[in-house]
Write a protein that binds this ligand. Structure first.
Ligand SMILES: Cc1ncc(COP(=O)(O)O)c(C=O)c1O
Length: 400
């Protein structure tokens, strides 16, 4: 009997999907389930996006496309980046892929040899560890607990870069799962550290860069230390900003050599981003921005609602997020307690008990490397948010 490749013993199905599947099953059994689990934006793009897709369909070329992405798509992305201050990129600096996940995986293949070190802050987006494991790279995790607002400090980064000399430092801002956003000053201070370690590639997975609250502005290391441009790769995506996760369009901008490598991998893996999705992406990036702007304001109001609920639960510690659509409370105060006779030893027990008892689905923090917390994704339909939060509070009040 032939065996699967060894790397498949390291690749694991996504824990987030497992929770979502369980919630779906309970719902199918007739249970009243409120899902705070999957990180989908839960809105659709504007009509102009669908119009562009229909027009592209009517004019289908019937051909393969460009491995890098069409010029029009690259230009739309370059203009889009410029609006958040990421200027100075040309087509040769950019490439596209089937979502940011695919871009990140391509970057892993392009930059990491077996045994190389991929370093990232914890909590992390689950896929970072999976990429390291599938590529047989060494993952180095930098713990950033709630006590430090889930943010990496310059001193911590400095010590870790000196000790581990990673091939790649992978950074995510705003963060999934915490929703935390680094201020311009914080990014500038981290950039000062990064310039001292010229052997390390830097990836900034900043796909939530338009989902910022409280008037915060997006910042990237290259804005403060332009010399970092030669080894920094910016990753973006349509998925969250435009409510288009299923269209699967992601982007990167960085050094020419990296964009070329990602394009070469595309030529071997996917060939091109499909033509219809390309047309929709151009319309989303270049057309009216009302939908993302409105949704961002809506998410900010929902963030406030979730934070009010978290702050009202004794013992729960919850740094206040300023972006994306996640809240990441430290719920370790519940460990060692019971809910209706069910013992809660850890985050997984808590999420299971919460789902069983109250029909509320959250993702255990251990999926993101932080087992003292859980993730609430608050993109559910607005009428479900308050009842979901009330059930969450009830659950904590009933712990004994
Ligand atoms: C931080 C982060 N990066 C990348 C992705 C992948 O996005 P895409 O849908 O573009 O593959 C996600 C999706 O949840 C994410 O949260």
């Amino acid at each position: 009997m032939p065996q699967l490749a060894r790397r498949m013993s390291r690749a694991k199905p996504s824990v987030i999907m497992q929770v979502a599947e369980k919630a779906k099953r309970l719902k199918a059994e007739g249970r009243d389930i409120i899902s705070f689990s999957i990180g989908v934006p839960n809105f659709l793009p504007g009509e102009h996006v669908y119009a562009a897709a229909r027009e592209a369909l009517a004019k289908d070329s019937g051909q393969y496309g460009s491995n890098r992405g069409t010029d029009a798509l690259l230009d739309a992305f370059i203009e889009h980046m410029a609006k958040i201050g990421m200027t100075g990129y040309g087509r040769v600096n950019c490439s596209t892929g089937i979502g940011a996940k695919h871009i990140l995986y391509n970057l892993g293949e392009a930059l990491l040899d077996e045994g190389d070190t991929l370093m990232f802050p914890v909590p992390y987006w689950t896929t970072y560890l999976d990429i390291a494991e599938i590529l047989d790279a060494k993952a180095v995790e930098l713990p950033c607990p709630a006590a430090q607002n889930y943010k990496l400090t310059p001193a911590q980064l400095d010590a870790a870069l000196a000790e581990h000399k990673p091939k790649v430092f992978l950074f995510n801002n705003p963060s999934n799962p915490t929703g935390m956003v680094y201020t311009r000053d914080e990014i500038a201070a981290l950039a000062e550290v990064l310039v001292k370690y010229p052997e390390t590639w830097i990836i900034t997975d900043d796909i939530y860069n338009r989902m910022l609250f409280d008037g915060l502005e997006y910042a990237n290391f290259v804005m403060f230390r332009p010399e970092l441009r030669e080894r920094t790769v910016f990753v973006d995506s349509l998925s969250k900003t435009y409510g288009m996760p299923g269209w699967r369009v992601g982007f990167m901008a960085g050094p020419e050599s990296v964009a070329k490598a990602v394009t070469t991998l595309n030529s071997n893996h996917i060939t091109n981003v499909p033509e219809i999705a390309t047309a929709a992406a151009i319309a989303a990036l270049s057309g009216p921005q009302d939908v993302p702007t409105e949704k961002c304001a809506e998410f900010q109001a929902k963030r406030d609602q979730v934070m009010a609920a978290m702050n009202a639960i004794p013992g729960v510690v919850c740094p206040r997020p300023q972006g994306a659509f996640y809240v990441f409370p430290d719920i370790s105060c519940a460990f060692g307690k019971s809910h209706n006779g069910t013992k809660i030893e850890n985050d997984v027990d808590l999420c299971n008990a919460l789902l069983e008892a109250k029909g509320v689905a959250c993702v255990p923090g251990s999926a993101f490397g932080e087992p003292r917390a859980l993730r609430i994704s608050y993109t559910c339909p607005t009428p479900q948010l308050a009842p979901g939060l009330a059930r969450f509070q009830e659950f904590f009040a009933e712990l004994a």
